[in-house]
Ligand binder design. Structure first.
Ligand code: S3P
Length: 174
C-alpha cells in the first residue's frame, strides 16, 4: 500500500483568536481528514457551554474535561484537531501532544487576537476589565509552551484562513 502523503493526526494549538477552528476545518477539507474541536467535544459531552462549565466547576473542572477529551481525540486517527488555547498549560497534555507527531502552532499578534475575540462573550478568561492585559499575560506564559509542543509554527496575521490552511497543507505534504 502507498504510504499516506500526510500525517494522519494534525493538532492545532495556539491562543484564543488565532483561528484554530476556522483554519482547522479548512485544513481537514484540504487533507481529506475528519475535523474535531476539543471545546466542542467538551460541550457535547457535558451538555453545557464553556461559560457554564467555568461558572459551576471553575477553570480546574474545565481543564479536567479538556484533558479527558484530548486523550479521547488522540486515540482517533485521520483527524485535524483544534484545541482550546489553554490545553498546553497541563504538563500531561503537553507530553501527549509531543507524542502526536504533527502539532501546528497558530499565532498572531496581540492586536489581531483581541480584534478576533472582542465581540465574543463565550471566552470566560477574557471577560475582564482589561482583556488586552489578560491576553498579553496569557501569551507570555503560554507562548513557550506552544513552542515546546509545536513541530510547525505559522503566523496567521492579516491573512485569510483559506490561505493559511493552504500553506499548512503544503508544508505538511512536503
Ligand atoms: C481557553 C480557550 C478557549 C476555551 C476556554 C479557555 C484558554 O478556546 O478552551 O475558554 O484558556 O485560552 P479557544 O482557544 O478556542 O478560544
Amino acid at each position: 500500500m502507498e504510504p499516506r502523503p500526510t500525517p494522519t493526526t494534525v493538532v492545532l494549538v495556539g491562543p484564543m483568536g488565532a483561528g484554530k477552528s476556522t483554519i482547522g476545518r479548512l485544513l481537514a477539507n484540504l487533507l481529506s481528514l475528519d475535523f474535531q474541536d476539543t471545546d466542542q467535544m467538551i460541550e457535547k459531552r457535558t451538555g453545557a457551554d464553556i461559560p457554564w462549565i467555568f461558572d459551576v466547576e471553575g477553570e480546574a473542572g474545565f481543564r479536567e474535561r479538556e484533558s479527558a477529551v484530548l486523550k479521547e481525540a488522540l486515540a482517533l486517527s485521520n483527524l485535524v484537531l483544534a484545541t482550546g488555547g489553554g490545553i498546553v498549560t497541563c504538563e500531561e497534555n503537553r507530553t501527549l501532544l509531543k507524542q502526536t507527531g504533527t502539532v501546528v502552532y497558530l499565532t498572531a499578534d496581540i492586536d489581531q487576537l483581541l480584534e478576533r475575540t472582542a465581540r465574543d462573550k463565550k471566552r470566560p478568561l477574557l471577560q475582564v476589565k482589561n482583556p488586552r492585559q489578560r491576553m498579553a499575560e496569557l501569551f507570555k506564559t503560554r507562548d513557550p509552551l506552544y513552542r515546546e509542543v509545536a513541530t510547525l509554527i505559522i503566523k496567521t496575521d492579516r491573512r485569510s484562513p483559506k490561505l493559511v490552511a493552504e500553506e499548512i497543507a503544503q508544508k505538511l505534504n512536503n
